[in-house]
Design a protein around this ligand. Structure first.
Ligand code: PMP
Length: 329
């Protein structure tokens, strides 16, 4: 890649200074690095080049920082919300809560997050650290219980607003405008395939919309858990790949824009994530492992010989300390 040398600094070849001061933490979102996996590529004898887009370089450590910022900024621009006045309310047990947490704190909004009791302690504490209010709902009601409670709060609270990551057009739009553009520029247009896990579908859809305009034969594949392969016509089911496979087809997913949705098992996702940490020193989360596993399968096929495949890595291994990713370690 032509840019590699320009972005190096000093005798040790580390990243160059960013060349600016950021006014607030929200301004740091995006601009995440694309990183190769040279050792795994060699060990597996892959025919294509796999690049991971490391979304845990975002300030609060996940791809969701992009939509946390975008949904709030879009609503401000539309005059729907005002700092110090509007209360943000979102049902989420995942990374979206944490991302809304830092955006709300830094821009002066009160935030209420509803989540099932089973959600990890680390997430609840991170939200409280950033002054968000966390309302736990009975775990037997699952996410549906958290959604119902968020709707109640919305009705009871004057000037409350729900970002609504599964419906909000700012979600795919921010990926169209930023994630896709970064992939395009950092590969100098050499990207052939993008693989992204589908939760809300915002990442995969936004990237597909933008990249296919720039290069019509770019392929974009979604990834879902084989245990809940709803987009491939199966029934929803329980699975351990947090962040993807919500069990329904969200509004923010433009399925026809994708070239297909690949299925990966929890076991395959975890195995790929562990190998990535062990062999190339990149400790990725479980859904990242799912995207990497799917990318690796493609990279073994003759059709992708010499191609560049970008797999989106939404989060970092450490966010899954209490899950099966760390079993036996
Ligand atoms: N992996 C993780 C860990 C996530 O938090 C998310 C977002 N829910 C995704 C994958 C999927 O991203 P998207 O919602 O854009 O489909």
């Amino acid at each position: 890649m032509a840019k590699t040398n320009a972005s190096r600094s000093g005798d040790f070849g580390l990243a160059a200074p960013r060349g600016r001061i950021f006014d607030s933490i929200v301004d740091v979102v995006g601009g995440t690095p694309l990183v190769g996996l040279p050792r795994m590529t060699q060990e597996d004898g892959l025919r294509a080049r796999i690049l991971l887009k490391l979304e845990f370089f975002n300030p609060l450590g996940s791809v969701k920082d992009r939509i946390g910022a975008a949904m709030v900024i879009a609503a401000e621009q539309e005059g729907r919300i005002r700092p110090g006045k509007t209360v943000l309310v979102e049902p989420t047990s995942g990374n979206t809560g944490i991302s809304l947490g830092f955006v709300a704190a830094s821009r002066g909004y009160r935030l209420i997050v509803t989540m099932p009791e089973g959600a990890s302690l680390e997430r609840r504490k991170m939200l409280r650290l950033m002054d968000a209010q966390v309302e736990l709902t009975p775990s037997r009601l699952g996410m549906a219980g958290a959604i119902a409670r968020a709707r109640e709060i919305l009705d009871e609270t004057p000037d409350a607003w729900m970002p609504g990551q599964f419906d909000n057009p700012a979600n795919p739009l921010v990926h169209q405008e930023t994630t896709a553009r970064e992939i395009w520029e950092d590969t100098a247009g050499a990207v052939d395939v993008v693989v992204a896990g589908v939760g809300t579908g915002g990442t995969a859809s936004g990237v597909a919309h933008a990249l296919k305009q720039l290069k019509k034969d770019v392929k974009v594949f979604g990834v879902e858990p084989v245990e809940s392969a709803v987009l491939n016509g199966d029934e929803p089911g329980p699975h351990g790949i947090q962040g993807i496979g919500p069990g329904f087809c969200p509004k923010t997913l433009d399925l026809p824009a994708l070239d297909g949705v690949l299925t990966v098992s929890e076991r395959e996702a975890i195995s790929a994530a562990r190998r990535c940490a062990r062999i190339d020193g990149v400790p990725i989360g479980i859904s990242s492992g799912a995207a990497l596993h799917a990318a690796t399968q493609l990279a073994r096929e003759a059709e992708y010989e010499g191609k560049t495949i970008v797999a989106i890595a939404p989060s970092f291994a450490e966010r899954y300390l209490s899950t099966s990713l760390f079993n036996g370690l």
